[in-house]
Design a protein around this ligand. Structure first.
Ligand SMILES: CC(=O)N[C@H]1[C@@H](OP(=O)(O)O)O[C@H](CO)[C@@H](O)[C@@H]1O
Ligand SMILES: [Mg+2]
Length: 542
């Protein structure tokens, strides 16, 4: 029934769009040439609207991969305008679709248009009215008729139920081609990773729903645009940046990681689901789960646990490549390094060291972490607050490409897809999240499995206002104070009173404060250790 109803809805939408931009009875015949359709700009509405339908249908046919539509008449006079479709690979529309584009642009009545679409969909085995997704990226040049024609194109795209039109603004034509190409690369890489999920795994993943806190910033907006293309995941965006709340206020990765409470925009219906949180500019990522509707506490998965998940996945692939049980020489000796800062939870560092990994510490700030991670074949770094990424050396990538035996090849492909999906320029919440989701599916893991990797030691951070924070000089990746003299001895004295106690102080690089971090075996003990050390700092530096 639902299918038939949707079929009816689809027909209605196509008829309505064609009626909005009817063909003038004596209009010229359009022919889709190398440059698409071109004519005097003010007469182009119907052809552009119908090109929107073609582009959306093309995206449906390609499983939801983004297709482009650019409104331009290139070097022709300013009164002319035109429309050209960019195929999902970033090139020109596949030639075998040109006759369909022609027929649609020249369909005399809405009913003719509907019949042409239905027939073509049947011939191409495209199921209409089903639950498909499609995305069309739109751009125009500086011509005065551009805005009117953009509107016509959007109406055409929207006439395909499930299709999303994304206005990329005024662009050069090659810019749009490039964007379409990179966008499809992004999704095809994710698909490639998901296809490499072993068939006996992944089936028992508790649920496909992922709820994302966009911090009322740009990350939520961008995720809304691409989420339809991420098949296999049911993504819901909260604090999406469409005006429902204030940027980073009581929401976002910083709030979630520091306060460890439910962000604004989430409610009882979200209890138990896997949630992710971005910061305002979407370069930080943390995950969380709401414990119960009567409690605003959350189970947090911070940058350290995201790093640990990635480490396990990468290690597993390296073990497959190197045939762990076989005592012979390693096929691909790999220098795999993990980089953390003093803020990494001690339980994460123990977990990583117990895996036999090399864990290196740098001062706070991604510029230090990134530089260190570059020294390895695979270098991974994360700050607890969710900044981080994975780096692959060029030499290692070229070695991966040469692995051929079936099992090795699959594992090498997973690592190659990872190297291309993750943003190696800088930590990136969007691509990091996609990698997390692919790895969870690969491992067949629920949020709980991930939580259970290790238990975070309770920690407390305090800020102390002092006259000159730079009077504190640190060493050993900020884990020890060398000036003012005597302060480190006082800190050591305090730590010795706590089981699993760890504490350090450092001047913030971004605020006029000294930060105190303490860890211990209980919340109360961590609070008390932090407080006692903060008092020493206050007294000495006041
Ligand atoms: C404890 C903490 O979260 N420190 C943050 C903060 O640096 P501070 O130097 O601690 O102010 O801002 C940095 C830039 O965003 C970030 O990289 C770092 O992790
Ligand atoms: Mg940020």
């Amino acid at each position: 029934m639902a299918e038939i109803a949707r079929g009816g809805e689809q027909r209605g939408a196509l008829l309505a769009a064609a009626a909005l931009f009817p063909r003038p009875p004596d209009g010229a015949r359009f022919s889709y040439g190398t440059a698409g359709f071109r004519a005097e700009g003010v007469t182009m509405g119907p052809a552009v609207c119908r090109a929107g339908v073609v582009a959306a249908l093309r995206s449906v046919k390609l499983g939801g991969a983004a297709v482009g539509l650019v409104i331009t008449a290139s070097h022709n006079p300013v009164r002319d305008n035109g429309v050209k479709i960019v195929d999902a690979d970033g090139g020109m529309l596949s030639q075998d679709w040109e006759p369909f584009a022609d027929a649609l642009a020249n369909a005399p009545t809405p009913d003719d248009l509907l019949q042409i679409v239905l027939q073509f969909a049947k011939d191409e085995e495209i199921k209409l009215g089903g639950s498909h997704s499609a995305q069309v990226l739109l751009a125009r040049d500086t011509r005065p008729t551009g805005e009117y024609l953009l509107d016509a194109a959007v109406k055409g795209v929207n006439a395909m139920i499930g299709a999303v039109a994304v206005d990329m603004g005024i662009l050069t034509t090659p810019q749009l081609h490039w964007m379409v190409r990179s966008s499809s690369e992004f999704t095809s890489l994710l698909l490639c990773l998901l296809e490499l999920v072993p068939k006996d795994k992944g089936a028992d993943v508790m649920n496909n729903r992922l709820i994302v806190d966009g911090a009322n910033g740009i990350g939520g907006l961008k995720l809304e645009e691409i989420k339809a293309k991420i098949s296999g995941l049911d993504i819901h965006v909260r604090n999406s940046g469409k005006g429902e709340g204030i940027l980073n206020e009581s929401c976002g990765a910083d709030f979630v990681q520091k306060e460890k409470v439910v962000p604004l925009g989430f409610g009882p219906e979200d209890v138990g689901f896997r949630c992710a949180s971005f910061d305002g500019d979407a370069d930080r990522l943390v995950y969380f789960r709401i414990v119960s509707s009567s409690d605003n506490r959350i189970d947090l998965i911070d940058g350290d646990k995201i790093l640990s998940l990635f480490v396990l996945f990468i290690r597993e692939q390296l073990d497959i490549i190197n045939g762990k049980d076989n005592k012979g020489n390693e096929v691909l000796p790999t220098c795999f390094g993990v980089v953390q800062t003093a803020y990494a939870n001690g339980a994460s560092t123990d977990f990583l060291k117990n895996l036999g990994l090399e864990v290196v510490f740098t001062p706070t700030g991604v510029k230090y972490l990134h530089k260190e991670a570059l020294k390895y074949d695979i270098g991974i770094y994360f700050e607890a607050n969710g900044h981080g990424t994975v780096l692959f050396s060029d030499h290692f990538v070229s070695q991966l490409e040469s692995l051929t035996s079936f099992l090795q090849h699959q594992a090498a492909m997973r690592l190659l897809a990872t190297s291309r999906l993750i943003n190696q320029a800088v930590g990136d919440a969007l691509s990091g999240m996609l990698l997390v989701e692919a790895v969870l599916q690969y491992k067949g893991w629920s949020f709980q499995n991930w939580c259970d990797l290790y238990t975070d030691l309770p920690s407390r951070q305090l800020k102390v206002k002092v006259q000159d924070r730079n009077a504190i000089v640190t060493t050993d990746a900020e884990r020890r104070v060398c000036q003012p003299s005597g302060l480190q001895e006082l800190i050591d004295g305090e730590i010795s009173n706590y089981s699993h106690g760890r504490c350090f102080v450092r001047p913030s690089g971004t605020e006029d404060v000294v930060r105190v971090y303490a860890e211990a075996s209980s919340e109360e003990a961590a609070d008390s250790l932090a407080k006692r050390v903060a008092q020493h700092v206050e007294r000495i530096l006041g």
